[in-house]
Design a protein around this ligand. Structure first.
Ligand SMILES: Nc1nc2c(c(=O)[nH]1)N[C@H]1C(S)=C(S)[C@@H](COP(=O)(O)OP(=O)(O)OC[C@H]3O[C@@H](n4cnc5c(=O)[nH]c(N)nc54)[C@H](O)[C@@H]3O)O[C@H]1N2
Ligand SMILES: Nc1nc2c(c(=O)[nH]1)N[C@H]1C(S)=C(S)[C@@H](COP(=O)(O)OP(=O)(O)OC[C@H]3O[C@@H](n4cnc5c(=O)[nH]c(N)nc54)[C@H](O)[C@@H]3O)O[C@H]1N2
Ligand code: SF4
Ligand SMILES: [Mo]
Length: 712
């Protein structure tokens, strides 16, 4: 008899409720299939093919099952590995870390924390804590994806953990910038079936505007209209909206009086960018911008959200600031149908505050060999990782990569290929032998999410309809796979540091227990409930002001002084954009058939039209360059070059080309399917090193990069 185990997906943010059908017990237990959990208190039966097919990752013959130790020279590809046992591997790693720290100091060790870490409550806690304990340098994929949001909210609200989500269930107008809910299921917004929410807005007579250089899969008559913006110009579009609302006399003066500070400075900044001035740069007519401003400010309620397409521009922090401002000045912040704070079971906004250095929103800048820098949530700019390894002053000598694939996920592949062999120690904790792992000295096999107990604390503050679930491990870890927290805790013990493994009953989810207590829940009580999700009452919209904002007197900083330099730079960038009009700009393109770099080994996702990642180009641009579908082209930027084939795509705004990332597995022998269909690494075209990231947030510049094409 098969049994059914309740769990939830940990690939992306909706965290869809699932039921796994399991045959057998204990070490023999096998997952037969995974189906949506129709009765799930939060996600009500929604799930996508990636979650439902995750058993193919769980049982993939390409999975990493035993600790591996390198036997050939560093940097020689392909790597040669020999199976080893956990004890010898960890003892040797700890010994090397001890020697390197003694010889060169704490900062010679560094960590890189990749995206899937965030989806494991135990790893999300253990990984940063480990590197903090070792006083290591720290990098995270957040500086390729969202660190502008942390920096932006920290400056505006005094907490990096407040990200008011659009109240899609009640809004009358939703502005959706730089994201594709249909394909990517939203980020900083944990909602199952976001497309259903868009459809419902339109069905009840509301409007959805997709501000995007591409008419995405999320744009249909039932799910909203397309506003075709030029890449990397959202700052000016948002500034113009706010300025035009001001011109209409529709600022919510009472709300600004009550909560705002530096309002005049905001007005002064946006007044530089009236619709008539930005129209050309944004590629949207002044009349259209004025109409959106008028509609947004007169709608019964209006909400706004932005994601990676805006984050990855050059001014993601300022964009996020103006997004908050658009919501505030129009009276939509903390209001039903506007942007609201949904703490769920614990008011997480307080956490971000505790993490602020000196408990104020003042940035602590450091003078470094790569210029003046800050850390964002403890992380240095990922785009400087190879520079820090190659540094002449204070090089990184040991790097531990956890659930990340920097070689393919960031710019600077060539620099990393040169830098990684210089490391005295590279340890990779992953579920696959990924591209980065080819440089590893040790490769440690991690359990996947079907093999670990977990709780969905990532969604805290992001769930419009909050729920919590403590999912048991569906099956015990196969082979010699282990969890991240255990691996790091064991290294801590071997280094003589305090470790969770010193406890008689180690509880890797202990932090969650403290959060749960705020709602009268506990790990124990949830364990008793057999993995069932529990709905948490949503908070009133005004909770944003009473519990969310963390600046003194609950103020909201409408023009943070820390932005002064960036505001000056924004005018310089505007003038540069005016001069660079007419060329081709590269943007990112997610599909249903990839997940960053790590679902590339799943045969089933390799549909006939998904065997590579072509360069998408509008038919008009292709015709102007005399290119046809399937042609091979040379793509060149100021930062690198590569060859790809052309795919004609009439969803793109002319002047914009698009390509999927996560490909480029020519030298990834550990992932046989991925290597058979390697594609090309688009990140070779992006800027790397000093100057390639936004100083306020360390967020890498990854969209709107100028490229040139020529036929091969
Ligand atoms: N299938 C799939 N789902 C995923 C992922 C995946 O790789 N595959 N990754 C997951 C992860 S880690 C994340 S962070 C989320 C990301 O989720 P999203 O942020 O929704 O990611 P994308 O689908 O890449 O959407 C970004 C959009 O921005 C547009 N864009 C590019 N440049 C600009 C610009 O300058 N301005 C504006 N306004 N738009 C621009 C692009 O055309 C694209 O439609 O998705 C998650 N879900
Ligand atoms: N050009 C371009 N580049 C991009 C983006 C883009 O839109 N365009 N998107 C960016 C974004 S949003 C992100 S978040 C980054 C992601 O950057 P990374 O996090 O560096 O890259 P991923 O491809 O997500 O790699 C995750 C790794 O974790 C492994 N893994 C999966 N599950 C587990 C687990 O449970 N435990 C462990 N230990 N390992 C696991 C996978 O096998 C994979 O090797 O990429 C960024 N790169
Ligand atoms: S939408 Fe995301 S969380 Fe839901 S099943 Fe798909 S991959 Fe998993
Ligand atoms: Mo991401």
């Amino acid at each position: 008899m098969n049994r059914s185990v309740k769990t939830y997906c940990r690939i992306c943010e909706p965290a869809c409720g699932l039921q796994a059908e399991v045959r057998g017990e204990g070490a023999d237990a096998e997952i037969v299939r995974i189906v949506p959990d129709k009765d799930h208190a939060g996600t009500r039966g929604f799930a996508c093919h990636k979650g439902l097919k995750f058993n193919e990752v769980h049982t993939d013959p390409g999975r990493l099952n035993y600790p591996l130790k390198r036997t050939n020279r560093k940097g020689q590809l392909p790597a040669a590995f020999l199976e080893t046992d956990w004890d010898s591997a960890l003892r040797d790693i700890a010994e090397k870390l001890r020697t390197i720290r003694l010889q060169y100091g704490d900062s010679a060790v560094a960590g890189f924390m990749g995206n899937p870490t965030a989806f494991s409550a135990s790893a999300a806690r253990a990984v940063p804590a480990f590197f903090k304990k070792l006083k290591s340098r720290f990098f995270s994929s957040a500086t390729q994806d969202c660190s502008n949001k942390f920096a932006g909210s920290e400056a505006v609200f005094g907490t990096s953990n407040l990200h008011p989500t659009p109240d899609l269930d009640h809004t009358h107008l939703f502005l959706c910038l730089g994201e594709n809910p249909k394909v990517s299921h939203m980020s900083f917004m944990s909602l199952a079936d976001p497309v259903a929410a868009l459809r419902a807005i339109v069905a009840r007579g509301g409007r959805v505007l997709h501000i995007n250089p591409r008419r995405t899969e999320s744009v249909t008559p039932a799910t909203g209209e397309w506003v075709a913006i030029q890449p990397d110009t959202d700052l000016y579009f948002l500034a113009a909206l706010i300025h035009e609302i001001d011109q209409l006399g529709r600022f919510d003066e009472a709300l600004l009086q009550q909560y705002g500070s530096n309002v005049q400075q905001l007005r002064d900044f946006v007044s530089q960018y009236p619709a008539s001035r930005v129209a050309g740069v944004c590629g949207i007519s002044a009349a259209a911008i004025e109409k959106i401003a008028a509609d947004f400010s007169s709608a019964e309620s209006a909400s706004v959200h932005m994601s990676t397409g805006v984050n990855m521009g050059r001014q993601g922090t300022l964009c996020y600031w103006l997004l908050h401002m658009l919501s505030l000045v129009s009276g939509n912040l903390g209001r039903k149908g506007g942007n609201v704070y949904s703490p769920g079971l614990f008011p997480t906004a307080r956490f971000g505050r505790a993490r602020l250095e000196n408990d104020t929103a003042t940035i602590r800048w450091q003078e470094t060999e790569f210029g003046t820098l800050r850390e964002v949530l403890g992380a240095l700019p990922g785009n400087l990782l190879p520079d820090y390894i190659a540094s002449r002053q204070e090089p990184i000598r040991a790097l531990i990569v956890i659930a990340g694939n920097p070689l393919l996920s960031m710019a600077g592949e060539e620099a990393m290929r040169r830098a990684f062999p210089q490391l005295e120690l590279l340890v990779v904790l992953d579920i696959y032998r990924n591209a980065t792992a080819e440089y590893a000295d040790y490769l440690l096999p991690m359990a996947d999410w079907l093999e670990r107990e977990d709780i969905n604390t990532l969604g805290l503050g992001f769930q419009p309809r909050p729920w919590v679930q403590l999912a048991p491990a569906v099956v015990p870890p196969k082979f010699q796979r282990r969890s991240e927290w255990w691996t790091l805790a064991r290294i801590e013990q071997l280094l003589g540091l305090p470790s969770l493994l010193d406890d008689e009953y180690p509880e890797p989810l202990a932090d969650a227990d403290r959060l749960l207590a705020a709602s009268g829940l506990s790990l124990e009580a949830l364990r008793q409930s057999g993995g069932e999700a529990v709905a948490v009452a949503p908070a009133a919209p005004e909770t944003l002001f009473s519990q969310g904002t963390q600046l003194p007197e609950r103020r909201i900083d409408c023009c943070p002084p820390a932005f002064a330099d960036a505001l000056v730079r924004s005018e310089a960038l505007f003038e540069e954009l005016q001069c660079s009009m007419g060329g081709l700009k590269l943007v990112n393109l997610r599909t249903h058939y990839m997940h960053n770099s790590w679902m590339q080994n799943i045969e089933r996702l390799k549909r006939p039209n998904q065997l590579t990642n072509p360069l998408h180009i509008s038919p008009d641009d292709a015709a102007a360059l005399n290119l046809c579908s399937g042609d091979a082209v040379h793509i060149r930027s100021d930062h690198g070059e590569l060859q790809a084939t052309i795919h004609l795509d009439e969803t793109l705004r002319p002047g914009v080309v698009a390509m999927s990332h996560g490909w480029g597995n020519q030298q990834t022998p550990g992932m046989a399917v991925a290597r058979r269909h390697p594609g090309v690494n688009v990140n070779r075209l992006l800027p790397a090193g000093p100057g390639s990231f936004e100083p306020l947030s360390n967020q890498a510049h990854m969209t709107g990069v100028s490229v040139e094409l020529s036929a091969v």
